[in-house]
Design a protein around this ligand. Structure first.
Ligand SMILES: [Zn+2]
Length: 212
């Protein structure tokens, strides 16, 4: 029951955050591409249940009420640091793999919209974009979830699950780039690709608004 509620919260939170992103003043998102991603956000929720929650339950059985409660309290405290770490890991990936000067990577928080961004105007190689896009998916989603299943830690399972579901747009964007040669320019590929323009469009207007 708690897991079903967690799934509901994850999907609902995901929808809220992304609906709000489109209403950040001055940001012109590619609404069609965004809606296409939102419509499929049930996929990571189902995948997370099958690949993470079920293996945990099969291995360890249902956690006690006390364990579930303390896990939920812990995860609640971990959500904001988790989101900050998520954006920070995007930046680290683009900084190291993309060899972008660190001052060219910026962060933005739309407080009222409850949304955080990492972005850069600097062009990236496709493979470097993939590294930065997937780093938080692996380090904050897959790794904690797998660790939680192996170590019998429900808090890690819930945290990894939520972080994976929240990374769905990163996964979709990254998967849209695998058809391009790894060394080609991200900005060049984005010119004819609606999904990649979604990332590009998030970046541009915020960059313009952000005082330097
Ligand atoms: Zn992300």
């Amino acid at each position: 029951m708690v897991f079903i509620f967690a799934v509901f919260l994850a999907v609902r939170g995901w929808h809220l955050v992304h609906r709000q992103w489109t209403s950040v003043p001055g940001v012109s998102l590619n609404a069609e591409a965004m809606q296409a991603i939102m419509r499929t956000s049930w996929i990571p929720a189902i995948a997370g249940i099958v690949l993470i929650v079920l293996p945990y339950l099969v291995t360890w059985g249902w956690p006690s009420h006390v364990d579930i409660f303390s896990a939920l309290v812990l995860v609640t405290w971990m959500i904001v640091p988790g989101v900050i770490a998520h954006e920070f890991l995007h930046a680290v990936g683009w900084w190291i793999a993309g060899r972008i000067p660190s001052h060219q990577i910026r962060f933005a928080v739309a407080v009222r919209q409850v949304a955080a961004f990492a972005y850069t105007h600097h062009d990236l190689r496709i493979w470097a974009f993939q590294v930065g896009a997937l780093l938080p998916v692996v380090l904050l989603g897959a790794l904690p979830a797998a660790g939680g299943v192996l170590l019998h830690e429900p808090a890690l399972v819930i945290f990894g699950f939520l972080m994976l579901v929240a990374s769905w747009s990163d996964l979709v964007l990254a998967s849209s780039t695998f058809k391009y040669p790894a060394r080609s320019s991200f900005n060049h590929c984005a010119q004819g690709d609606a999904r990649l323009q979604l990332f590009a469009h998030i970046n541009d207007p915020i960059m313009d608004q952000t005082p330097s």
